[in-house]
Design a protein around this ligand. Structure first.
Ligand SMILES: Nc1ncnc2c1ncn2[C@@H]1O[C@H](COP(=O)(O)OP(=O)(O)OP(=O)(O)O)[C@@H](O)[C@H]1O
Ligand SMILES: [Mg+2]
Length: 205
């Protein structure tokens, strides 16, 4: 067990694509193989992050797009420095629900903000720290919206066209970073989706 190395794995995709479901399955699968697993999320994976998450998801007044961006980035910086890095250094596997690619997909491709600028801001927020592996759960936008159901937070209320842009953004990111980002066809059953995840994980471990 001493030869187990830490890993930082991120889970990405549009709302309702199955990230949380697959994180839970992978956690159980890897714990059964005696890996130490930390599950966490953005925004909200750290102490400060929990407060920022509350604002980002539930604030019911105007949020300036630039203020929103900096809150996501502050959450990310604190998360890396107080949760992610130290657990990976202790040889744990950190499974993180959303990270840098969400900012590019949502604020960049979704809202049309400058993608090169977002990349630079992400680079500053992370100090250059990168996931070892990223899963993008790719699902038809209509199917994803049905899965999310009727209880929607501020971001999930934006409509189908917004979700299509985000899906497209993730696919372009995967094309740009094929070594880090693996696209998982998520129009299938939970078990079939997890089979694809397992295959990639088994190759890495
Ligand atoms: N492959 C699948 N087929 C059918 N239903 C699924 C599948 N994966 C997940 N679901 C269901 O769809 C809903 C959304 O899944 P889940 O919460 O895992 O998505 P998510 O990506 O975490 O969403 P969010 O971005 O809103 O947190 C849940 O009710 C879940 O049980
Ligand atoms: Mg989720």
């Amino acid at each position: 067990m001493d030869n187990k190395k830490g890993l930082f794995i991120t889970f990405e995709g549009a709302d309702g694509c199955g990230k949380t479901t697959q994180i839970n399955l992978l956690k159980e699968y890897l714990e059964n193989k005696n890996y130490e697993i930390i599950t966490t999320l953005e925004p909200g994976g750290s102490d400060i992050g929990k407060k920022l998450r509350q604002i980002l998801l539930h604030h019911d007044g105007f949020v300036s797009p630039r203020a929103e961006m900096f809150m996501y980035l502050a959450d990310r910086a604190q998360h890396i420095d107080t949760v992610i890095k130290n657990n990976v250094e202790k040889n744990k596997i950190v499974l993180c629900d959303r990270h840098i690619d969400s900012t590019v997909a949502y604020q960049g491709y979704g809202r049309g903000e400058d993608i090169e600028q977002i990349n630079l801001l992400n680079e500053i927020a992370t100090g250059g720290y990168k996931p070892d592996l990223t899963f993008v759960f790719d699902v038809d936008s209509e199917i994803a919206q049905k899965r999310v159901g009727n209880v929607k937070d501020r971001l999930e209320s934006e409509g189908l066209e917004f979700h299509r842009k985000i899906r497209q953004g993730y696919l372009e990111l995967a094309k740009k970073y094929p070594n880090r980002i693996k696209v998982i066809n998520s129009n299938k059953t939970i078990e079939e989706v997890f089979e694809q995840v397992k295959k990639i994980i088994d190759e890495i471990l």
